[in-house]
Design a protein around this ligand. Sequence first.
Ligand code: IFM
Length: 453
Amino acid sequence: MKNKFPNDFFWGTATASYQIEGATDKDGKSKSIWDTFTHTPGKVKNNENGDTAVDHYHRYEEDIELMANINLNSYRFSLAWTRIIPEGIGKINPKGVDFYSRLIDKCLEKNIEPFITLYHWDLPQSLQDKGGWANRDITNIFSDYSEAIVKNFGDRCNHFITFNEPQVFTIHGYVDGYMAPGYKDLEKYFASIHNVNVAHGKAFQAMKSLNNNIKIGCTLNMAPCIPATKSSEDLHATKLFDTYWNRSFADPMYLGRYPELLIDDVSKHIQQDDMKNIFQKNDFIGLNHYQHIRIKADNKSLLKARGAFNDELPFGLDGKDAKLTLMGWEIVPDAYYDQIMDLKNNYGNPNIYLTENGAAYPDLIEKNGEINDTDRIDYFKKYLSAVKKSIDDGAKVKSYFAWTFMDNFEWALGFEKRFGIVHVDFKTLKRTPKKSYYFFKKLVEQNSIPFDF
Ligand code: IFM
C-alpha cells in the first residue's frame, strides 16, 4: 500500500543513560563528567542533576513492558561507560555489565531489537582528568571500550552506534561551555573533533574484527543552516556554522575528508593513516533531527557564528504560521525532508537510521489524569510525513526512533522540558502514557501514519 512504511521498518524510542538511569553511585559505577558538571553550582537550571533521573536503573522492566505494550520493535539506549569500565580504562565492572545484560535480555524477551549507543556524553571523569577528548590517547582507550562492549553484548545485539551527536558535545563542551566538561577553548575543540573522528574509525575496526556481522554507524545531529539576514556577514557565518555543526564529523567519517573551512584548524592533529582509519565502510548513518537553524555572525562567539535567538531575527520567523516547540525550536517538517535528502544525495545514498526526532511541550495533566498532548501528535504526523516522502523519493530510511520514551533530564535545562510519549511525575516517578503513546500504538499497528488519530 502506498502509504505504508517498509515491512522491516524499525519503530522505537531513544533514550540516554545519564538522562534516565539515576543510580549514579550504585554497583561500582564511577563519576562521569555529567556527575561533576551537574554538581557544580550554576551549571544546570535550578541546579538539578541526574542522581535519580527517572530511575530507569531500577524500573527498566516496567519501562520495557510499556514499550512492548504498543508493539515497538526496537529500543535505542546508551551505555554508561562508567558502569562498565569505571576508570574508563582497564578493569571491567561485572555489575555494570550485568545491568545492561538484563536490560538487553528483557528487550529480546519482548521482541524488541536493542540499538546500543556507546557514548552519549557521559565520559568517565578520570578520563576527563587526563584531557578527555582533547587528548589523543582517548582514541585507543575508546577503541578498547568498544571491544569490551562487543565481547559482552555482541552475541545478542546487532546494531551499534559509536557516538551520539559528536558536534553537540564538542561545541557545547569545548567552545561555549554550556555542557560538560564546560570549556571555552578552541584548541581543545579542534583536537577533540579529530580525536572523536579517529576514535570512531578505530572502534569500528576493533568491533568488526570481533564480530563482522554487527552493523555500526555514528549518529549525527544535522540541521539545514539558513542565514538570519541577507548580510554578507551572516551568509559567511552560515557557511562556517554549517561546517562545524553538520560537516565536521559527517565528511571525514562518510566521505573521507575534512570540509575546506575546517582543514587548516585540524591539520596539525592529523597523523599518518588517520584519514584512512576514519573513513570506514559504515553500515549506516544515524540522523537526529529537530529543526533548521538560523545563523548570525557574532564576533564575540569563538566560532564567529551562532544560532540566532528567535527574538533577534529582524523580520521575525517567516510566515504567519511559524510555530515553536517548548524548546523554542521551529516546526519545519520540510527541513527534515531536506536533511534526509542531503544525506541521500551527498553522502552516497547510505542506509539511514533516524535515531531521534521529537518535540517538547508543557503536557498538562487533566483532571481525569489524561495527558492529551495533541501538539506532539500533530508534530509527529508532520515529521513522519516528511520521512515517508523521503522514502518514496529513494532515501534508504530504515528506522524512526522518537525522542523520547519518557520525560527525563534534559541536560543543562534540568527537568523543565518534557519530550516523552510517557509522562513521568518527577517526585513519585510514576509513569503515565500520554495520548502520543497511543498514537504510536496505532502507527506501529498499521505501519502507516494514523492521520485520523
Ligand atoms: O535530550 C537530547 C538528547 O540527549 C540528544 N538529542 C537532542 C535531545 C533533545 O534536546
